[in-house]
Design a protein around this ligand. Structure first.
Ligand code: CO
Length: 214
């Protein structure tokens, strides 16, 4: 089975060169992606493929339930490098409906290490408990929490020092919260796009007042 993957790869590389002989040599020297994708590790949400982007066009960070926690050294490193070195212009946090990580967070069972990782989703659940309890269908409730989780990550990014510094020095950097529907392959913008600190305070009222200058 693994040999099939290597054979697939050889065929893919050959096809690329056939259509564009300079394809790989162009990419060797540098990458200049304009977008950072923070998405779920779920195998059904392949970032480049569903955006129609080629190698070199998307910087990708994926983890269980597309989290951007302020203490995660992995996510922080990705943020610093993509903002300060690659100078991406857009950061897209993309969740997906039916996310297993979000569902597990909602179930309240003991699962092991993953419980520590998804704990921020439980906080988000508590934050929106009243509205979420009103949704009797469990699948629909998971999906609503998937959306809240994406927005919570965009909110985290608004307070991130690398993001804040980029905005302070006038660097173009826009954050977006999207959600992907496994059933039809379509993305939806959740309407939480933020391009500067003032906008962050408007989109997420009650947050970041301490970070706003003046
Ligand atoms: Co997921």
């Amino acid at each position: 089975m693994v040999k099939t993957l290597l054979a697939n790869n050889a065929r893919w590389a050959a096809n690329k060169v056939e259509g564009d002989p300079e394809f790989f040599t162009r990419l060797v020297s540098q990458q200049t992606p304009r977008f950072l994708w923070i998405g779920c590790s779920d195998s059904r949400v392949p970032a480049n493929e569903l955006l129609g982007l080629a190698p070199g066009e998307l910087f990708v960070h994926r983890n269980v339930a597309n989290l951007a926690p302020p203490q995660d050294i992995n996510c922080l490193s990705v943020l610093q490098f993509s903002i300060e070195v690659l100078k991406v212009e857009h950061i897209i946090v993309c969740g997906h409906y039916g996310c297993g990580g979000v569902r597990v967070a909602m179930e309240g069972k003991r699962n092991g290490l993953i419980d520590h990782w998804i704990n921020p989703i439980r906080d988000t659940y508590d934050e929106h408990a009243k509205a979420l309890f009103g949704i009797s269908d469990v699948g629909a409730r998971v999906n609503a929490l998937c959306e809240h989780n994406v927005k919570a990550q965009v909110r985290n990014l608004c307070a991130n020092p690398f993001v804040q510094d980029a905005w302070s020095r006038g660097q173009k950097l826009e954050l977006h919260g999207w959600i992907y529907d496994l059933r039809d392959g379509l993305l939806q913008d959740l309407g939480t796009s933020v391009a500067d600190a003032q906008q962050a305070a408007r989109v997420f009222p009650g947050h970041y007042t301490a970070l706003l200058k003046g």
